[in-house]
Design a protein around this ligand. Structure first.
Ligand code: PLP
Length: 391
């Protein structure tokens, strides 16, 4: 059975053009770019070309591109790197809805003597800009905020954030892992200091990323060793995947499919909301990634919907995390003030440029049936809860 893949915020398929670009570097071109011989020179020139493509994508200097192993490393490098360069400052700012690769680092840092402010969001997932402004002090070493949320797709007003943070002289790191390829990024016109990207979110393989570090930003390396990446990230460069990432960014720069992606996302969302009475959207309608729809189905468990969709050949994701046996509602939806009963019934659909109209039509056809079956089951198995809910 051909599967319908609507979990592209988790990861994307490697583009065939990217796989083709990588292939020679898994074969005959295997030199180390630091070697002086011709094999090394070929690898070094591939590395340079990928850096040029990345710089063109971000509209930045080649020297401002640091290749990493992915979004998690880029985020860790940005946060730890900036703090190590300014050890006298002990206050750090982020939001309540960040990816764990930022939130968990902040929690860790709190244990190591830092004071952290977690700026909140409203019911739509929009950042409280006044609280951000009020949080910054002389002691603030870093503000780290995401461009777009991985669960809801809500896009933060990054230029408003820049206008608050930059005049106060505090470095600003932006986690653009979900935004890249869906929203134009222009480091020549923005004053963002550090920006994280991840290959596998935009049709390159897993295990490659980028940290943009604006010239003049004070940062210490996380990985120390042979001094690669101008001493900012030691370790022999992952040439095949870096080449693949360069290719993926070149393909994403054109972004012609974003309009189609938005149209299909809207079709899926509008039909689900109008045909399923218990469905509600999580997150602002307007300021949102064009590929993401996070819907809650009142009274149902997101996991149950996912399992039935999986049986029907549809891959999506839920906002609840099952780590201790109990289904915990997502920290993002909780921070938005979504009631637990709704948050537990959330499902995230995330499209890619490969998503077709026929696939969306199939989901539109299947979803109401699944919700109806599960509602009937939950009516049977949990009559008290249902009675309470509906009076
Ligand atoms: C917003 C955001 N930041 C960071 C990451 C981590 O990226 P990676 O999987 O490349 O470590 C993710 C991955 O889901 C993400 O969605």
């Amino acid at each position: 059975m051909a599967r319908i893949y609507l979990d592209n915020n988790a990861t994307t398929r490697t583009a065939p053009e990217v796989a083709d670009a990588i292939s020679p570097y898994l074969g005959e071109i295997y030199g180390n770019p630091s070697s002086v011989h011709r094999m090394g020179a070929r690898a070094a020139s591939a590395l340079k070309e990928a850096r040029e493509k990345t710089a063109a994508f971000l509209k930045c200097r080649e020297s401002e591109v640091v290749f990493t192993s992915g979004g998690t490393e880029s985020n860790n490098m940005a946060i730890h790197g900036v703090l190590r360069a300014a050890p006298e400052k002990k206050h750090i700012v982020t939001s309540t809805v960040e990816h764990p690769s930022v939130l968990e680092v902040y929690k860790h840092l709190e244990g190591a003597g830092y004071r952290a402010t977690y700026v909140g969001v409203d019911r739509e997932g929009t950042l409280d800009l006044q609280a951000l402004e009020d949080s910054i002090s002389e002691d603030t070493a870093l503000v780290s905020l995401m461009y777009a949320n991985n669960e809801t797709g809500v896009v933060f007003p990054v230029e408003d954030i820049v206008n608050i943070v930059e005049p106060r002289g505090v470095p600003l790191h932006v986690d653009a892992v979900q935004a890249a390829g869906k929203i134009p990024l222009d480091m020549s016109s923005s004053r963002i200091d550090l920006l994280s990207l991840s290959g596998h979110k935009l049709h390159a393989p897993k295990g490659v990323g980028v940290l943009f570090v604006r010239r003049g930003t004070r940062i210490r390396p996380l990985l120390i060793g042979g001094g690669q990446e101008k001493g900012r990230r030691s370790g022999t460069e992952n040439i095949p995947f870096i080449v693949g990432f360069g290719k993926a960014l070149e393909l994403a720069a054109a972004c012609p499919e974003v309009v189609q992606m938005r149209r299909l996302r809207d079709k899926l969302e509008e039909t689900a909301l109008s045909s399923i009475s218990t469905a509600v959207r999580n997150g602002a309608a307007e300021h949102r990634l064009p590929n993401t729809s996070n819907l809650s189905f009142e009274g149902l468990e997101g996991e149950a919907i996912l399992l039935m969709m999986d049986e029907a050949g549809i891959c999506a994701s839920s906002g609840s995390a099952c780590s201790t046996g109990a289904l915990e509602p997502s920290h993002v939806l909780s921070a938005m003030g979504v009631p637990a009963s709704l948050a537990r019934g959330s499902v995230r659909f995330s499209l890619s440029r490969y998503t077709t109209e026929a696939e969306i039509d199939a989901v539109i056809n299947e979803l109401p049936r699944i919700v109806k079956r599960l509602s009937a089951l939950s009516n049977k198995t949990n009559p008290t809860a249902i009675r309470e809910r509906h009076g």
